[in-house]
Design a protein around this ligand. Structure first.
Ligand SMILES: Cc1cc2nc3c(=O)[nH]c(=O)nc-3n(C[C@H](O)[C@H](O)[C@H](O)COP(=O)(O)O)c2cc1C
Ligand code: SF4
Length: 428
């Protein structure tokens, strides 16, 4: 991972994987201080930092912890979401495998603030290395007295375990995740009630992403103001970017909010290979959008991206150069979602099936002009009526490609001779 030691992840230090080195650099000091300050102070600091969830929905983290802390039921859980199913995203794997102590400290501080005495790290089974390192780290931290019974003599205890997922993309969605942990089918539940009210086994549950929780120790340790000094007025702190596709230096980068996509792709990533140009950028993973190079000067921050119609999501940035076919890329995503749809609701189950057929026709060049309108209609229905975020976001790349690369769809139409002129005019 590339990064800057002044930021959140201190990823220049290889020795950060080592418990002794982590402690020597101030590790677990934030936990000690948090326990001296008390849960209310921790929550206040996190709220003031304006940290927002990094799992995709960007919900304010301090507010979420406060909701759990105020629940009447004293049996509460914390779950760290390490499912990381979004294609092109590999930030949580890096943290869990290489920076496990920072993550554990964040989980313990958050659990303490929420009053959750049992916790789980939900790790996808495709990440065996991460599971191994986390197990090792949990044992080490427990032996040092930072985890387990009566942590640092505070009276607060936390039992933390790894839960291995079974490889379903949908189980990253928090309520499907809960169902899968309870031994049920990994399908989403109706919200509300939200997990903060009725989560694991119907108890108040704090669910946060790996990257979100890893931000916690430096915020409570260095203060909300320090954190807010990184980034922009709108979006604070840093974001881990999984950069892949047609760039010279693919990798994981920690960038302050406000960095433009051009800086990410050309600065950090070194741009496309010689002689090639950026044709499109997919931002936010399979459920994100496809945008043309005109969008590269958009700063990566929540407000600017929302204005430009970009969803930051998990922070995946995937570059397509001018050798790539947009329709191939979009169809690939549609098939991914078709395979991962749980089939519970009609708009997603049937919509994706129909869109898959239509995309095949466009790629073969046998579509008709009305098929473009059908693609738009089916996607809108999914966005409006699908039961969960999978179906609601599955058409994002399709809709954005219809806006920015419509000519490629028109080329995929086998039009009668009378309409050929219309097509040529549209492409002119
Ligand atoms: C289909 C789908 C898949 C998701 N996958 C993940 C995931 O792999 N990891 C994750 O942290 N959040 C994922 N989420 C978001 C979670 O539901 C939830 O919002 C998040 O874990 C909350 O943590 P945060 O507030 O720290 O972002 C997914 C959401 C949807 C709709
Ligand atoms: S939107 Fe798709 S994944 Fe979500 S409940 Fe409906 S069928 Fe299942």
């Amino acid at each position: 991972m590339s990064g800057n030691k002044e930021l959140v992840f201190k990823c220049d230090f290889d020795e950060y994987m080592d418990f002794g080195a982590y402690k020597a650099r101030g590790g677990f000091k934030a936990l000690r201080e948090a326990m001296e300050a008390g849960p209310e102070k921790v929550i206040e600091t996190l709220k003031n930092s304006r940290l927002r969830g990094r799992g995709g929905a960007a919900f304010p983290t301090g507010a979420k912890i406060e909701m759990v802390s105020k629940a009447k039921d004293k049996t509460r859980y914390i779950i760290c979401n390490g499912d990381e199913g979004e294609p092109g995203t590999f930030k949580d794997r890096f943290i869990m495998t290489h920076l496990p102590f920072q993550l554990l400290e964040g989980i313990i501080i958050s659990a303490y603030a929420a009053g959750a005495e049992r916790g789980f790290i939900y790790v996808r089974h495709e990440y065996p290395e991460a599971q191994k390192e986390l197990k090792r780290a949990i044992a080490t931290v427990e032996a040092a007295g930072f985890l387990g019974e009566n942590i640092l003599g505070s009276g607060f205890s936390l039992k933390l375990e790894i839960f291995s997922g079974a490889g379903s993309y949908l189980c990253g969605e928090e309520t499907a995740l809960l169902s899968s942990m309870e031994g049920k089918k990994g399908r989403p539940r109706l919200k509300p009630p939200y997990p903060t009210v009725a989560g694991l086994w119907d108890k108040p549950t704090l669910i946060n992403n790996v990257e979100t929780l890893s931000n916690v120790p430096c915020i409570t340790g260095k203060g909300a103001e320090w954190y807010r000094s990184i980034g922009t007025e709108d979006s604070h702190g840093t974001k881990l970017i999984s950069l892949s596709g047609d760039v010279r230096k693919r990798g994981l980068y920690e960038i302050p909010f406000g960095t433009t996509f051009r800086e990410i792709i050309y600065g950090f990533g070194g741009g496309p290979k010689d002689g090639r140009e950026v044709k499109a950028v997919n931002i936010g993973g399979a459920s994100g959008v496809l945008v043309p190079p005109e969008f590269l000067d958009t700063p990566l921050e929540y407000a600017s991206c929302a204005k430009a119609g970009i969803t930051i999501g998990s922070g995946a940035v995937f570059v397509l150069d001018d050798t790539r076919e947009i329709l191939d890329n979009v169809h690939n995503r549609v098939r991914f979602f078709l395979g991962e749809s749980c089939g519970k609701c009609t708009p997603c189950r049937e919509g994706l099936r129909q869109i898959d057929i239509l995309m095949g026709k466009f790629r073969e060049g046998t579509a008709v002009a009305e098929d473009i309108e059908k693609l738009e209609r089916y996607t809108r229905v999914m966005q409006d009526a699908a039961f969960c975020g999978l179906g609601q976001a599955a058409g994002n790349s399709l809709i954005s490609s219809l806006v920015h690369y419509r000519d490629e769809y028109i080329r995929g139409c086998a039009l009668p001779e009378t309409e050929t002129k219309v097509r040529e005019e549209a492409l002119a």
